[in-house]
Design a protein around this ligand. Structure first.
Ligand SMILES: Nc1ncnc2c1ncn2[C@@H]1O[C@H](COP(=O)(O)OP(=O)(O)OP(=O)(O)O)[C@@H](O)[C@H]1O
Length: 727
C-alpha cells in the first residue's frame, strides 16, 4: 500500500475545501458549508472500511502512547500533556559510537530534502533522483497510490463541475489545480468557473507546467534556459510562460510598524550560558554590550527602538569579527538573532565609510548583497535591514521571484545600497544589467548551508564569478545558518578568504533548547486523526504543521478546514500573492494553523508560534532542526511534536536521538529500539539523513572557547560526531 493512499481517504471530502479566508467570503448556507459537496455514496462505501482498517492498524502500532494520549486529549491547551506522549527514559546516546553511524548515502537525501525549494530549477531537477531513493512503499509514484490520488482529484473536479480527468494528462491538469486550490478554484466557487483547466493559474501550475508526477518536481515548459527564471515566475525574456504580474503591497511606512517587535522570552538570559567557540586565527574579542560596538547614534537609536537591549551570543562574537573586516562562517541556534548579527556591523561599516546616498540610476551598484533561499525570508531580512537603516541614507531593496520583474527593477533603479534577493531573481536582474557588482563590499549568504548545497550552489558560484564581482580577497563574505554540514563547510571555502573565522554557538546543527520536543510513533494512516486531536487540544495557539509535499499540504489544509479548524497553507506551488496572504493570515492569527512544506522551514520569524507539528518528518535532521526552530525563538519557549512513522522514518531515528539528547529532551524507549535495530554494521543506508557537523572543518585552528557558565562541555563541542553523512 503506497503512502499516499490517504489521498483516497480524503477523497470524499475533497470538494468541500474552502480555506478559511475564502470560506468567510463564500459561505452563505445556514451552516456556512453550502459548498460542501456530499460525498458520493460509492466513495463513502469504498473508502470508509479501508480507512477504519488503517486507523486500527495505526493505533495498534502506536498503542504504547495511545492510551496516555486519549487520556490527555481533552485538556485544552495543556500541551505539557503532550510531553507525556511517548515519553521515555532519557537516552544517553550510549553505544552509538560516532563511526558506526556514518556512511550515509548523502546524495539522494540532499536532493530529497529540497522538495519545496523555489527560485532554482537545479534544485528541482534533483528530485528526479528521489524516486530511486525511496523504497516502494514510500514512493509517491507507486501505481496504486497514484490511482488513489486520481480518485480524489476526480472528486474535486466533479465537485466544481469541471469534469473528470479521464487520463494521465487530465490528472496532471487536475494536479496543477491543487497547487492553486486556494486561488484557482475561486472562479468556480463564485460560480464563474467553466471548468477550463487553463484558468488554473497557480504559480507553478500554469507558469511552470505543473507536477511531473513524483510528488514535488515541477516540470518546466521550456528548454535548458527554463531553469531559474521559470521557477521565478517565467518572466525572463528567454523563457516561456505567462508574465507574473503580482506586485507585493509596500510594507507600512510608519515608524511604529517598522519597529514593531515581539518580546524576548524568559530564556533569553540563558543564551549567556551557551558555550561559544571561535576558530581561526586572530579573532577579535567578543563584545558584551551594544555600546562596545561603537555604533553611530542613528544605529544605536534604531537598536533601542527595536527593543534590543542585550546582545545574543552570536551577536557578541560576530559583530566585532565583521567590524574587523574578517570573513565569517557563523552557526547559531534558530531564533537567536543571526540577522542582526550581520546587518548591524555591515550598516555600521557603511556609515563609517560614509556611504553615499544612492539615487535614481538605470544601473545600481549596491555595496551589499544578501541572498537567502526563500522569498518570504529575503523579505523578512529586507524588513530588518530597513528597520536598522531607518533615518540613514542607506537604502535597502528586496527582490524575489513570483513578483513582477518590472516591479523589482523599479525598486532597484530608485537607489540600492543593500540588495536582499533570492538567487534566481538576482541573477535575472544582473543579467538585465540593472545591478552592477563592482562596488560590492559585503556578500551575505543567510541559511548558507542551503545556499551552497546542490540546489543553489551552482547559482552562487555563478554569482561570485559574474563580471565585476570583486574577488573574495576584495570583498567580505559572511555566512550564517543554524546548521552547517561539514561537506558544505568545505564548499564554502571557495567563497571565503582562507583566514575566515568560524563561530559556533552551542552545538553546530543542534536544536534550540527552548523547544520542548516530543516524538510520537504514528503510522501514516493515523496521522490525520492524531493531528486533529492535538490541534483541538491546542486551541487557538499558533501552530505550524509541516508536511513533505506540496500536494499533501493542500490535502491536509483541506482536511483541517473540513474539521472546522481555521487553516491556511504555504508551499511552492501557490502563487506568491497567496503565499503572502497565507503568511499574513497566520501572523495575524486569523488562521492559527499554517500547513507548510519545507519552504517555510528556515528563517521565518513569526511572533507567537507556540507549536510546530511535523506531520511528516523531513528527510534530513538539519531540516528538522530548522522546522522546529520556527517556535521557541528569542528566549521564548515552544513545543514541537513529530509524527514518526516507522514505515518511512527509521533512518532518522539515530540522528533524531542525537538531537533530542543534545537538547536535553526525553527520548522515547521505542525510538531507541528502532535506532538500535536500524543500525546494521557496515550498512551504509542506515544513517541516511544523518547527523550534523560539529566543528569547523579546518580543525587546524587555534580554537578559542568561552563557556559563560553552564553551557555545553567542551568535550561535547569538539566531539567528532558521525557527521560525514549529514544527508
Ligand atoms: N539582541 C536582541 N534583543 C532582542 N531581540 C532580538 C535580539 N536579536 C534578535 N532579536 C529578535 O529575535 C528574533 C529572532 O531573530 P532572527 O530571525 O535573526 O533569528 P535567526 O537566528 O536568524 O533564526 P533562524 O535560524 O531561524 O533564521 C527576531 O524577532 C529578532 O528581532
Amino acid at each position: 500500500m503506497g503512502d499516499e493512499d490517504w489521498e483516497a481517504e480524503i477523497n470524499p471530502h475533497m470538494s468541500s475545501y474552502v480555506p478559511i479566508f475564502e470560506k468567510d467570503r463564500y459561505s452563505s448556507g445556514e451552516n456556512g458549508d453550502n459548498f460542501n459537496m456530499a460525498p458520493t455514496s460509492s466513495s463513502e462505501t469504498d473508502d470508509r472500511p479501508r480507512r477504519d482498517h488503517f486507523m486500527k492498524s495505526g493505533f495498534a502500532s502506536g498503542r504504547n502512547f495511545g492510551n496516555r494520549d486519549a487520556g490527555e486529549s481533552n485538556k485544552r491547551g495543556n500541551t505539557s500533556a503532550m510531553g507525556g506522549f511517548g515519553a521515555g527514559r532519557s537516552f544517553g546516546y550510549r553505544g552509538f559510537s560516532n563511526s558506526k553511524f556514518e556512511d550515509g548515502d548523502s546524495s539522494g537525501f540532499w536532493r530529497e530534502s529540497s522538495n519545496d525549494c523555489e527560485d532554482n530549477q537545479t534544485r528541482n531537477r534533483g528530485f528526479s533522483k528521489r524516486g530511486g531513493y525511496r523504497d516502494g512503499s514510500n514512493s509517491d509514484a507507486s501505481g496504486p497510490t497514484r490511482r488513489g490520488g486520481r480518485g480524489s482529484f476526480r472528486g474535486c473536479h466533479g465537485g466544481f463541475g469541471q469534469g473528470s480527468p479521464s487520463n494521465e494528462l487530465d490528472q496532471d491538469k487536475c494536479m496543477q489545480r491543487t497547487g492553486g486550490l486556494f486561488g484557482s478554484r475561486r472562479p468556480a466557487l463564485s460560480g464563474t468557473g467553466n471548468g477550463d483547466t487553463s484558468q488554473s493559474r497557480s504559480g507553478s501550475g500554469s507558469g511552470r507546467g505543473g507536477y511531473k508526477g513524483l510528488n514535488e518536481e515541477v516540470v518546466t515548459g521550456s528548454g535548458k534556459n527554463s531553469g531559474k527564471s521559470e521557477a521565478e515566475g517565467g518572466e525572463s525574456g528567454d523563457t516561456q510562460g505567462p508574465k507574473v504580474t503580482y506586485i507585493p503591497p509596500p510594507p507600512p511606512e510608519d515608524e511604529d510598524s517598522i519597529f514593531a517587535h515581539y518580546q524576548t522570552g524568559i530564556n533569553f538570559d540563558k543564551y549567556d550560558t551557551i558555550l561559544v567557540e571561535v576558530s581561526g586565527h586572530d579573532a577579535p574579542p567578543a563584545i558584551l554590550t551594544f555600546e562596545e560596538a561603537n555604533l553611530c547614534q542613528t544605529l544605536s537609536n534604531n537598536i533601542a527602538k527595536a527593543g534590543y537591549t542585550k546582545l545574543t551570543p552570536v551577536q557578541k562574537y560576530s559583530i566585532p569579527i565583521i567590524l574587523a573586516g574578517r570573513d565569517l562562517m557563523a552557526c547559531a541556534q534558530t531564533g537567536s538573532g543571526k540577522t542582526a548579527a550581520f546587518l548591524l556591523p555591515i550598516l555600521a561599516h557603511m556609515m563609517r565609510d560614509g556611504v553615499t546616498a544612492s539615487r535614481f540610476k538605470e544601473l545600481q551598484e549596491p555595496e551589499c548583497i544578501i541572498v537567502a533561499p526563500t522569498r518570504e525570508l529575503v523579505n523578512q531580512i529586507y524588513l530588518e535591514a530597513r528597520k536598522f537603516s531607518f533615518g540613514t541614507c542607506v537604502r535597502a531593496v528586496v527582490i524575489y521571484g513570483g513578483t513582477q520583474l518590472g516591479h523589482s527593477i523599479r525598486q532597484i533603479v530608485q537607489g540600492c545600497n543593500i540588495l536582499c534577493a533570492t538567487p534566481g531573481r538576482l541573477m535575472d536582474i544582473i543579467g538585465k544589467e540593472k545591478i552592477g557588482l563592482k562596488q560590492i563590499k559585503y556578500l551575505v549568504l543567510d541559511e548558507a548551508d542551503r545556499m551552497l548545497d546542490m540546489g543553489f550552489g551552482p547559482e552562487m558560484k555563478k554569482l561570485i564569478s559574474c563580471p565585476g564581482m570583486p574577488s573574495k580577497e576584495q570583498r567580505q563574505t559572511l555566512m550564517f545558518s543554524a546548521t552547517f554540514p561539514e561537506e558544505i563547510q568545505r564548499l564554502a571555502a571557495e567563497f571565503l578568504k582562507s583566514n575566515y573565522l568560524f563561530v559556533a554557538v552551542g552545538q553546530v546543527g543542534g536544536a534550540c533548547r527552548d523547544v520542548q520536543q516530543t516524538v510520537l510513533q504514528v503510522g501514516q494512516f493515523s496521522k490525520r486523526e492524531k493531528l486533529v486531536e492535538i490541534l483541538r487540544n491546542i486551541g487557538d495557539e499558533r501552530t505550524m504543521v509541516f508536511v513533505e509535499t506540496k500536494k499533501k499540504a493542500d490535502f491536509i489544509a483541506t482536511f483541517l478546514c473540513q474539521e472546522k479548524i481555521s487553516t491556511t497553507s504555504i508551499h511552492g506551488d501557490r502563487e506568491q500573492r497567496e503565499r503572502e496572504q497565507a503568511l499574513g493570515d497566520f501572523r495575524s492569527g486569523k488562521c492559527p494553523v499554517l500547513v507548510a512544506t519545507s519552504v517555510a522551514a528556515r528563517g521565518l520569524d513569526i511572533e507567537n508560534v507556540q507549536h510546530v507539528i511535523n506531520f511528516d518528518l523531513p528527510s534530513t535532521i538539519d531540516e528538522y532542526v530548522h522546522r522546529i526552530g520556527r517556535t521557541g525563538r528569542c528566549g521564548n519557549t515552544g513545543r514541537a511534536i513529530s509524527f514518526f512513522d516507522p514505515e518511512s522514518d527509521n533512518h532518522l531515528a539515530q540522528p533524531l536521538i542525537k538531537v533530542l539528547t543534545d537538547a536535553q529532551q526525553d527520548v522515547p524507549a521505542w525510538l531507541e529500539e528502532i535506532a538500535f535495530s536500524a543500525y546494521i554494521p557496515g550498512f551504509s543506508g542506515s544513517t541516511r539523513g544523518s547527523v550534523f557537523a560539529s566543528v569547523d572543518t579546518r580543525k587546524n585552528y587555534q580554537g578559542k572557547s568561552t563557556l559563560n557558565t553552564a553551557g555545553f562541555s567542551s568535550s561535547q563541542m569538539s566531539n567528532p560526531v558521525d557527521d560525514e553523512s549529514w544527508d
